[in-house]
Design a protein around this ligand. Structure first.
Ligand code: FAD
Length: 406
């Protein structure tokens, strides 16, 4: 592993820091208030995205032909490291710019991508990912939303669920079934659509945390021109794999309390009349999380070193997500136990450490599901890294409409 910047990386970092210092406010502590996906937050996110694009820091790794910088993945990592030190609206563009637009730009006709890439990069349009359905999540190829050809158009009927940001998105990348008479992976076709099209209904899902960041999306006779097809008819699975590959790279670091935060808490609360930090059982747990945090830090350095050498990150990104999502959830549970009845207080103005652990308790389960559940990531590691025998997949070859559950 190599921990230091090369001369070019150091010069790029200096350029990034100068831009951020000039236009944003540095965070003062470790605690960040949760993101509220309301109109004001989204407007701030759009304005910041426009500023980044103007300065050449949006789409760092994108080719210049797409309006990007044509930079390296390592430059993207450096930008991300520095931006994380500033108080900025985050998350609104991750799905669109991290996953949807690279897919559209790869597979849609050049004039269509030219029309959409620039506005998305400048924050003028927001995109969402319409893949998961009530009966198709891990097994997304089992989806049932139908697209039927009608002249130069397609008619869409069906339902998606867990669509992050659909309520403030302008466009959606939509995976549909166009041929139910062939095996499930072969009968899919990808489209994109205007989220304000007649027949699209977005219903917000109220989450346990009190926020509503994702949605159900219903399609009733929604008409999409064939020009908005992304890739070949029946080639949707190949297109979806491109999106999902970008998703694995986009989802890495889970925001939330870590070892340093639970250590700080253990210094301030008491167990049996003494500071919790002096309790042997507490110290034991802290030691575990310290080891895990360091393991993750070095795993990340391994990825960064690979990127710095122009290589693609390996399977460690799956390991990273499994360990960090589980650690986040365990830390949140443990912290609430330590706080005793104060753990019930969720108002950031009065709760210990601005209720960061209370909030994490409620959102951390999602981290173990989004972007691949623990079990699916373990399957990937087992099959593709360790070379263990594959999962049993009895429905791969049968026509979709002959599957008993279909
Ligand atoms: C915060 C969040 C944001 C999301 N945003 C989006 C979004 O923007 N767009 C979108 O399309 N989707 C989104 N999703 C949905 C997400 O992709 C799915 O929830 C995920 O793929 C799991 O699918 P599922 O919920 O249907 O669970 P299922 O696939 O039904 O899984 C249920 C359980 O069975 C296990 N399981 C399933 N298959 C196997 C197997 N082969 N071997 C072993 N165990 C298995 C799973 O691990 C899980 O424990 C989001 C989810 C979350 C939590």
């Amino acid at each position: 592993m190599d921990f230091s910047d090369t001369a070019e990386e150091a010069s790029f970092r200096a350029e990034v820091v100068a831009f951020l210092e000039a236009h944003a406010t540095r965070k003062t502590g470790r605690i960040t208030d949760p993101e509220a996906a309301d109109d004001a937050y989204v407007a701030r996110a759009r304005a910041w995205q426009a500023k980044k694009a103007e300065a050449g820091f949006a789409g760092i790794t994108w080719p210049k032909a797409w309006g990007g910088r044509g930079g390296t993945p390592m430059q993207q990592v450096i930008y991300g490291q520095e931006e994380a030190k500033f108080s900025l609206p985050r998350g609104v563009f991750e799905i669109g710019l991290g996953m949807c637009i690279p897919t559209v730009a790869t597979y849609a006709a050049p004039e269509i991508s030219a029309q959409h890439v620039g506005p998305a990069l400048r924050g003028e349009t927001i995109w969402c990912q319409l893949f998961s359905e009530p009966a198709a999540g891990s097994d997304v190829a089992g989806l049932r939303t139908r697209a039927e050809r009608d002249g130069d158009d397609w008619i869409i009927n069906g339902q998606k669920i867990w669509t992050s940001g659909a309520h403030f998105s302008d466009y959606g990348l939509l995976l549909t079934r166009t041929d139910p008479a062939v095996p499930k992976h072969a009968g899919l076709t990808m489209f994109f659509l205007d989220m304000k099209s007649p027949g699209v209904e977005v219903r917000r899902i109220k989450q346990i945390s009190g926020t509503s960041n994702f949605n159900e999306v219903f399609f009733t006779d929604v008409r999409i021109p064939d020009a908005q097809r992304v890739g070949k008819i029946g080639g949707g699975w190949k297109v979806a794999l491109t999106t999902l590959m970008h998703e694995r790279l986009a989802i890495g670091t889970l925001a939330g309390p870590d070892f340093a935060d639970v250590l700080e808490l253990a210094r301030t609360v008491e167990v049996n009349g003494v500071p919790a930090i002096r309790d042997a059982a507490v110290r034991d747990r802290l030691a575990d999380w310290y080891v895990q945090s360091k393991g993750l830090e070095y795993t990340k350095f391994r990825t960064i070193t690979a990127l710095s050498r122009g290589q693609m990150p390996g399977p460690e990104s799956s390991i990273y997500k499994i360990v960090s999502a589980q650690k986040l959830q365990e830390i949140a549970h443990f912290a609430l136990d330590l706080m005793d009845s104060a753990g019930l207080v969720t108002d950031p103005e009065v709760a210990p450490m601005r209720a960061m652990f209370q909030q994490a308790l409620l959102y951390s389960p999602g981290g173990r599901i989004a972007g691949g559940t623990d079990e699916i990531l373990r399957n990937i590691i087992a099959e593709r890294v360790l070379g263990l025998p594959g999962d049993i997949r009895v429905d791969r070859e049968k026509p979709f409409n002959q599957l008993t559950a279909g």
